[in-house]
Every structure is written in C-alpha cells, then in structure tokens.
Write a protein that binds this ligand. Sequence first.
Ligand code: FAD
Length: 387
Amino acid sequence: MDLDFNAEELAFRDQVREFLATALPAEIRDRMHRSDDSHIRDDIQNWQKILHAKGWGAPAWPVEFGGTGWSKTEQYIFETECALADAPAQLAFGVKMVAPVLMRYGSPQQQQYFLPRILAADDWWCQGYSEPGSGSDLASLKMKAERDGDEYVLNGQKVWNTLGQFADWIFCLVRTDSSGKPQRGISFLLIDMKTPGITVRPTRLLDGTFEVNEIWFDNVRVPVSNRIGEENAGWTYAKFLLGHERTNIAGIGASKRELARLKQMAAAQPKAGATMLQDPLFATRIAQVEIELRALEITNMRVIFAEAKKQAPGPEASMLKIRGTEIMQRLSELQMEVLGADALIYRDTSGEIARETSTYLNLRKLSIFGGSNEIQRNIIAQMILGL
Ligand SMILES: Cc1cc2nc3c(=O)[nH]c(=O)nc-3n(C[C@H](O)[C@H](O)[C@H](O)COP(=O)(O)OP(=O)(O)OC[C@H]3O[C@@H](n4cnc5c(N)ncnc54)[C@H](O)[C@@H]3O)c2cc1C
C-alpha cells in the first residue's frame, strides 16, 4: 500500500494551504494560537461561515446535502492543514455528529430544516448523552420523556455538556420506556434550548474556565415531531453518532503543531551550557513521541483507506482515539517539563506560559470524553480481537 499522497492530493493540499493563508482572519488565528477562548463562539461561527461561503462547510457530507464530495484522504488533508494553521476546529456537535444522524435517520422535514442551518452556522448544537451515574454505562440513563398527546414532557438532568452555554439546540437521549432491556427504552430528541423549563449551570474547571455545563429539565415540553426515527429505538441512532464522534479524533494535525512548538520551546530553554533540545535524554524523549506520532499517522492513513467504502467508521476509531489522545497528552507534558517552575504561573491572559499550562490542564479530558480510553480498550478487545 502506498501511503504517500499522490500528485492530485498534493495539489489539493497546496490549494487548502493557500486558502488558509488568505481566508483565515489573523485575529482568529492569533487567538487560537494562544489558546485564547474568550471569543470562542464567534470564532467558530465566523470561521464556519467563511468555510460555507467557499463551499467547504461540511467536508464529509455528501454533495446532495451541501457537502464537498471530497475523498477520505482529502478530508484528512483538510483537517490536518486547518490544525497546522491554527484554524478553529469546526463545532463537531452539529457538522460531525447530529448531521450524519439526520441524513441517515431524520425525516425529510428535519433534514430540510436543520442541515442548511448547521452548514451556515445558524444554530449552535450541544450533546446531551451523559447523566450523573450514566457515563460509560450510558444505557442506564434516567432522564424521563413522558408522552402527552403530540408532545413529550421531560424531567431530569444531563451533565458535561461541552459548550452548552452557547447552544441553540441540544440532541438528547431520553428514557421513553423503563420496562424492558435498558437499551430498548431510549429515544433520540432534538430540543430547542429556549424551551421553558431548561436551566444551564456552568461547571468551573481546574484552569478557571467554563467549558462544560449541567443542564436541568423541569417539565420541558418537546414536540413528538422533534424525535429522530422510532420511539424507543434511539440507542441505534446514538451508537451510530458515537462512531462519528471518534472520527478524526487522532488529531494528527494538532499533535504535529504541538510537536513543532515543543521543539521550539526546548531549543530556547538553556540547560547545562546548551539547550534542552540538545540534552540527549530530553531529545530522546522528544524523538520517542515523534516516532509514535508518525506511526499513528500511518495507522490513521491505513484506516482511512480501509474505511473509504464504509458509511460509518468502525471499531478502528477506538484505536486512533487511544493513541491520539495519549500522544497529545504526552506532548503537553513535555512542554510543561520545558517550562519547569515557570509552568506554575497560568491564566496570565498573555504569553506562552499561560497557554501551555492551561492547555495541559484542559487536555486531561481527552482520555475521558467521547467514551473513556478504558472503554475504547474494551471495544478493541471485543470487536477487533474477539476476546
Ligand atoms: C471535558 C468533558 C467533556 C464532555 N462533554 C460531553 C458532552 O458534551 N456531552 C455528553 O453527553 N457527555 C460529555 N462528556 C461525558 C463523557 O462522555 C463521560 O465523562 C465519559 O463517557 C465517562 O463517563 P463518566 O465520567 O460517567 O465516568 P464513569 O463511567 O463513571 O467511569 C469512571 C472510570 O471507570 C472506568 N470504567 C467505567 N466502566 C468501565 C468498564 N466497563 N471497564 C473498564 N473501565 C471502566 C472509566 O474508564 C473511568 O476511568 C464529557 C466529559 C468530559 C470530561
């Protein structure tokens, strides 16, 4: 198998690079470079609108829904180049998660209303899967949806809703039947966040920021027409979405960017008359992670080629999630080591120190969200190794 890009793919990469150099606003690039999330909603939405105007708003969607029609390799090149150029990541909840579910299982009315709005960044979506006590064991979720004529009445709580403070809509898993197997009584609802009875409470994180929320539902009335597919069949749609949640989670572009930054930082840090980059022990550790990143990139390419004909990513996505998140965390740990005691100063609002330390703290989440790495190992054991 030839894992190098061919001439057309290299030309495509140059086209993407040229577009990023001219179309990505400098102030957005600068904020992303400094991990400054003070304008995160505007930055993500504005960048999505620029991509949409170019016709690149949904790299993975089929052309009939407004997608690019790009191959998997082109999508990979695009994502990698965006990360290397410090472009904001697209809001995955809309473009990459609920949209594929709508295309596969949504009604024509739902598709016609929501998909163009997702493409144009008119709606901000968040994900309402987890509950207190229902994370890895998601099928145990309790939030109730009781039928009352043409509406469901919702009561319960969701947790860990990433960027839910900005959300116009939430896709939620709710319990519509408690009588049989837990998986058989779950439905998938699309809920307008302006509906009376919804309360969003931010959760303060270790680095002082607010990125996740609790969302409370108190007699919230949702039209039955906002349900995806069949009542009590939501588990099927939820699992389909989770596969998409783990696509591109290897984050090769972001790790390459952070590896380059690590080398720059180490080259500027004095150590015993030389620099940290020249220290044989530290240089070996950088080399180790660089080799692992290259190996992951090759594995990612193999998965992309193998997946090209499939509709949804398979259990290989779990493998990429584990290795990708481990490498990202390792890179941020090495950056912290370069900073040494200076890393103790964080959230200084400007400068490298604030960025590296808050990023390090934030990246602890990677091995937990999107299904924890332990759960991914279970999936690999069962689905790939057949244990
Ligand atoms: C920053 C962040 C953002 C998130 N964003 C969202 C979001 O937007 N929407 C949303 O719905 N959810 C979100 N989540 C929730 C996330 O999906 C859950 O945290 C995750 O699925 C783990 O569930 P839990 O936290 O309840 O841990 P638990 O399931 O209680 O697990 C605790 C520990 O036990 C391990 N464990 C549990 N079961 C097993 C098992 N069978 N075998 C081996 N080990 C096991 C886990 O791996 C973990 O280490 C987010 C989480 C975080 C941290």
